[in-house]
Design a protein around this ligand. Structure first.
Ligand code: ATP
Length: 344
């Protein structure tokens, strides 16, 4: 469990995190969303004591991170996959971390296998691709079999197999009762992975709700009707609180009426329907609606885009079997044989 109270971080005149209060609960995956510069990474760094709050506090599993005697067993964090000694092999990097907590080498081998790094475990980290570095960061986060995991953009640079693996991994960890806080800019992926979402905008919390609730409240539900009798249907639908848009021939999108009522009104004037269905918004729609005012670094395209117009259909058990085996690398494709490309 992560509990933040009035957490604030200022860098000079810049307020990166502005009095946020939230709880990240065990047994579920909590997605941490927000535009670039919203304060997600700063918040995550404060959770693990890498940044000191200007005001407020944050505790993990009941106490500040720095007060845990064996933090790797409490909190596993992937914050910056590049923060690794490039001259070491993946295995020696993990063994060095493990030695700080008397974690046995057998656990190192286990997390190497879990993260699909077996074939490159002896290679220097300096030659790892971005995706391999991410896997190594996830391996390090899992090393102490912690109760709480904090993963900043863990799927960044992963191939589709890797993205699927991370999704299954974190879902499995949450199912074991662990607390998982995960940031990502991939909304479709987050929609499939998270149970609960916290959205930050300019350092403040914009939303903190279960995914379904967030999508339901931040997007409009539309009834889509396909009929050859558009004018007759439009005439009968016209009324207070009903919005009808006609984006294509034979197609109407109706907001403000339940699907049953649209069907009844069509029947009342003898209009034949070829299609009648409810279209709910996506997490991406909800996110874009929520953060429209809070995007600091905005492109013209994003500024002019109206998302509302687009609706789419515990215990330290080192012997625990890996929940989801990771797909191995194609070593020939992913590994920089010349050891030149650091974190490509
Ligand atoms: N060490 C620092 N010194 C000064 N400003 C900083 C520092 N770290 C972060 N900031 C600023 O604080 C704000 C929040 O940054 P942060 O990296 O937490 O955002 P973020 O939500 O993680 O963004 P992104 O999605 O781009 O990773 C930004 O304006 C950033 O420039």
């Amino acid at each position: 469990m992560i509990e933040a109270q009035n957490l604030t971080k200022r860098y000079g005149s810049k307020t990166a995190v502005d009095g946020v209060t939230f709880t990240v609960r065990p047994g579920q995956v909590t997605g941490f969303l927000g535009p670039n510069g919203a304060g997600k990474s700063t918040t995550m760094r404060m959770i693990v004591g890498l940044d000191r709050p200007t005001h407020g506090s944050v505790i993990v599993n009941g106490r500040p991170y720095a007060q845990h005697a064996a933090p790797l067993h409490e909190v596993g964090a992937l914050l910056d996959a590049k923060a690794v000694h490039t001259g070491r092999s993946a295995r020696s990097h993990l063994r060095a971390l493990a030695a700080t907590h008397r974690i046995p080498n057998s656990r190192v081998d286990q997390v190497i296998e879990m993260t699909g790094l077996s074939s490159v475990a002896g290679k220097r980290v300096g030659g790892f691709s971005l995706g391999m570095g991410q896997r190594l960061g996830i391996a390090a986060a899992l090393l102490g079999d912690p109760q709480t995991l904090i993963l900043d953009e863990p799927v960044n640079g992963l191939d589709p197999d890797g993205v699927l693996w991370v999704r299954q991994l974190v879902r499995g960890l949450a199912a074991q009762g662990k607390t998982v806080l995960l940031s990502s800019h991939l909304m479709s992926e987050m929609a499939q992975t998270a149970d609960h979402i916290i959205v930050l905008g300019r350092g403040r919390i914009i939303a903190d709700a279960p995914v379904d609730q967030l999508v339901g409240s931040a997007t409009a539900t539309t009834v889509r009707v396909r009929t050859p009798h558009i004018p007759q249907l439009q005439a009968v639908l016209a009324g207070a609180g009903v919005t009808v848009s006609n984006s294509e021939p034979q197609l109407l999108d109706v907001t403000g009426l339940p699907i049953e009522r649209v069907g009844e009104l069509a029947a009342s004037v003898g209009v034949v329907l070829f299609e009648l269905r409810t279209m709910t918004g996506s997490l991406e729609d909800a996110y874009l609606n929520l953060t429209r005012e809070d995007v600091e670094y905005q492109t013209d395209a994003a500024a002019g885009f109206d998302p509302r117009a687009v609706l789419h259909g515990g215990a330290q058990n080192f012997n625990q079997a890996p929940a989801v085996p990771a797909p191995p690398f194609d070593q020939n494709q992913s590994f920089d044989q010349n050891q030149q490309g650091v974190n490509r």
